[in-house]
Write a protein that binds this ligand. Structure first.
Ligand SMILES: *[C@@H]1O[C@H](CO)[C@@H](O)[C@H](O)[C@H]1NC(C)=O
Ligand SMILES: *[C@@H]1O[C@H](CO)[C@@H](O)[C@H](O)[C@H]1NC(C)=O
Ligand SMILES: *[C@@H]1O[C@H](CO)[C@@H](O)[C@H](O)[C@H]1NC(C)=O
Ligand SMILES: *[C@@H]1O[C@H](CO)[C@@H](O)[C@H](O)[C@H]1NC(C)=O
Length: 694
């Protein structure tokens, strides 16, 4: 039965895709040729080929640097056997069932309360508070979470069984004591606003220190972000979820031993962008939180913002079969009438159908500027420039090579997995990256920046993808991650020069969340380096199948955890054996290199071209194996041209293997996959480049 249901659902998605394509091609025959040729993948996820590390099981990683010995027989203190269910009474809330766990390093006892409801929301509308529960709240196990395309089949079958799957506003609390007054760390998960899960904030490392760890679910994708900039669909619904969760924390966290006067928000990429919006938004009440940590992102990351959501909202409506797209009234009626499964499926097809990652192309995954939500009256860049925001003690930075994550998608989606293309010049490669990561660049500021700060004249002249690779990766990291973080910290430091801490996460450990494993070493022509979300491997023992184990990795984890938790405790990040961290007192420094050792840099702009500099130091992200294999294949191809029969057998075998891989990819319950990192910003002149050039 369950099988049948998922088959039906996949048929629905496939049907939507087909209907959409045929209507689109009827309207525009010329433009959609390649869409028709592109195999439709009726399955959740924009790009099912991306395989984050947790699915790679024990497959070894490609080694580029000498790897450490792993410590084999480490006891797993957090194993389920040690977990007990218990019931307690929270003074302000009522009876609750929780679960015990142990911290990972010293086996301290933790109480976990999963997915406590904190609010309710009508579809697309601002979230509202709810009364505490009656009876015993079953908080010893996880809720299914907010509807997301990654689990489309599961959500569809729940909805079919009458579950209100949109009722998902919940938060998880981990604490060691219900009596204390410990600093509270609130994790806002990322994954580009359409995916991700509060479950990843596993407490086993952070609770080695005295903190209460909260992780929040907010509405994802179309439920959290779709907008017509009207009262009916104001947009930014997910931000209202977070505001409500923070109010709940103010009211109730002391019942869990947390200090409501020391609340620190932290998150990476999309999570960091949401947190940044909470600091900037005039709609956020004062004193809901007290410090913030941005990991590899802020609201200035171009992917996360749009001021013109209407076109893609209508497109999703069209895919879902809404009849009248021009009258907003009937558009809203249609959106409100369709079931959650339909909305998700239409959103999924909408994403699948985009031929490129191009700027602002997807709807339902961006914060909106303007509109009646009041969350962002102006572009965050303008709010920052006008110093029209409240400063908080802030810790922020980026992973060193975060751009590889986006480069992989650009290589696949835009460069058609080719390293050689007669039409591509050095300048064209650079423009492609800018177009994909930033969107329009009408003044050519990013182009100018790239030519001046990242690429040499010789690079651009040579123009081969291989030679440009490190610089293209830098360009991705800079536009999407590093520059947005620096600008926000600079603005904050103007107001709080003693409480603004900037870092780069440089540590390349044994694991890497989006690594190229041996099997896939030839997947893309570059390595992932210190890639996006890698720092989370050292903050959370998650996923359990892929936890750090090597001694030197654990040492880094202890350091990172000490820095993050001490900052949460009193606003000063510190760790044993680490020199005092100087605040960002100058425009671009000092900043901390969190690597095998800790050092300090003076000018964070050096990080904007780090992969290029590393080539000069003998370390390159270029994947030579890829080029070797490419040469072998080219050779074989040439030989086959001469003698066609010879290689047939080998080729068939290769096809089989490919099928296996594809099946495996389909089985993977993939998360943290690629997404558009990009938004159009027509009216916003990037202040970023100006400050870079000062
Ligand atoms: C949702 O709506 C679609 C289209 O009307 C329908 O085919 C599907 O069965 C519905 N699903 C549920 C769970 O109600
Ligand atoms: C990739 O393929 C698409 C569709 O065939 C084509 O439009 C595009 O120009 C190609 N890109 C490059 C860089 O060759
Ligand atoms: C361009 O750079 C690539 C990669 O470094 C190199 O293999 C190639 O020989 C260079 N081509 C020219 C014409 O210099
Ligand atoms: C920052 O710290 C310095 C030295 O401790 C102090 O003189 C200065 O007043 C502080 N500035 C602010 C804005 O707190």
């Amino acid at each position: 039965m369950a099988k049948l249901r998922s088959v039906l659902l996949l048929l629905l998605v496939a049907f939507l895709a087909l209907a959409f394509i045929s209507s689109a091609s009827a309207q525009n025959n010329n433009n959609n040729k390649n869409k028709n040729n592109k195999p439709q993948r009726p399955k959740p996820g924009f790009n099912p080929n991306r395989r984050p590390i947790q699915q790679q099981g024990n497959r070894p990683q490609k080694q580029q640097r000498p790897k450490p010995q792993t410590q084999q027989n480490k006891p797993n203190l957090n194993a389920n056997a040690n977990s007990k269910v218990f019931t307690t009474t929270l003074p302000t809330l009522g009876k609750i069932r929780g679960r015990t766990a142990l911290t990972d390093w010293t086996g301290k006892s933790i109480m976990q309360f999963f997915d406590i409801p904190y609010g309710k929301a009508e579809r697309f509308k601002a979230a509202e508070a709810i009364a505490p529960w009656k009876g015993i709240l079953q908080a010893h196990k996880h809720h299914i979470g907010c509807p997301s395309i990654q689990n489309l089949v599961k959500f569809a079958s729940l909805e079919e069984n009458g579950v209100d799957i949109e009722d998902c506003l919940r938060l998880t609390v981990n604490t060691k004591s219900l009596e204390g007054n410990a600093p509270v760390m609130v994790y806002v998960h990322g994954d580009f606003f359409y995916d991700g899960d509060s479950v990843e904030a596993a407490p086993g490392y952070l609770l080695e220190h005295d903190v209460v760890l909260v992780s929040v679910r907010y509405r994802l994708g179309p439920f959290g972000f779709l907008s017509t900039l009207s009262e009916e669909m104001p947009g930014n619904a997910a931000v209202t979820d977070l505001i409500l969760a923070l109010k709940w924390i103010q009211e109730h966290i002391s019942a869990f031993g947390g200090d409501p006067e020391r609340v620190t928000l932290f998150g990476q990429v999309g999570g960091a962008a949401l947190i940044n919006v909470l600091t900037l938004s005039p709609a956020v009440p004062m004193d809901l939180f007290h410090r913030v940590i941005y990991q590899s992102g802020t609201a200035l990351s171009p992917a996360f913002i749009t001021d013109s959501p209407l076109a893609s909202t209508k497109e999703i409506a069209r895919i879902a079969g809404c009849k009248s797209l021009t009258k907003t009234d009937s558009l809203h009626r249609c959106f409100n009438r369709m079931n959650a499964t339909m909305l998700l499926a239409a959103f999924s097809v909408h994403g699948e159908n985009k031929p490129s990652l191009s700027a602002g192309a997807y709807g339902g995954i961006q914060l909106v500027i303007g509109g009646p939500s009041g969350i962002l009256p102006e572009h965050p860049g303008r709010l920052l420039a006008a110093e029209n925001f409240k400063a908080y003690p802030t810790l922020g930075g980026s992973v060193k090579h975060g751009g590889t994550f986006m480069m992989r998608d650009i290589f696949v989606e835009n460069l058609n997995e080719s390293t050689s293309n007669a039409k591509m010049t050095g300048a064209k490669y650079i423009d492609t990256i800018i177009e994909q990561i930033n969107g329009d660049d009408p003044t050519g500021s990013w182009r100018e920046f790239a030519e001046e700060y990242i690429f040499s004249e010789a690079d651009i002249k040579n123009g081969s993808f291989k030679r440009l690779t490190p610089g293209l990766i830098d360009l991705c990291s800079t536009i999407a991650l590093k520059n947005p973080v620096l600008l926000v910290l600079q603005a904050n430091a103007k107001k709080l020069p003693n409480n603004t801490f900037l870092y780069t996460f440089d540590y390349e450990g044994e694991l890497n969340r989006y690594a190229t494993s041996d099997d896939e070493a030839v997947d893309v022509p570059f390595d992932m380096g210190v890639s996006l979300t890698d720092e989370n491997l050292y903050l959370f023992p998650w996923p359990r199948v892929h936890m750090i184990n090597a001694n030197r990795d654990v040492k880094i984890a202890k350091r990172l955890v000490a820095l993050w938790t001490s900052f949460a405790a009193d606003g000063i990040p510190r760790a044993e054996g680490v020199p005092a961290w100087p605040s960002l007192s100058d425009e671009t420094g000092p900043y901390m290199h969190i690597g095998r050792t800790v050092t300090f840099g003076e000018n964070y702009l050096d990080e904007y071209s780090i992969a290029v500099q590393e080539v000069k130091q003998g370390y390159s992200l270029i994947n030579d194996d890829y080029y070797e294999l490419e040469a072998v294949l080219r050779d074989a191809f040439d030989r086959r041209e001469k003698n066609p029969s010879k290689l047939n057998v080998e080729e068939e075998e290769e096809d089989d293997e490919q099928e296996d891989e594809e099946e495996e990819a389909a089985d993977n319950e993939a998360r943290g996959q690629n997404l558009v990192f990009i938004a159009k910003r027509r009216n916003y002149k990037p202040a970023k480049v100006l400050s870079v050039q000062q």
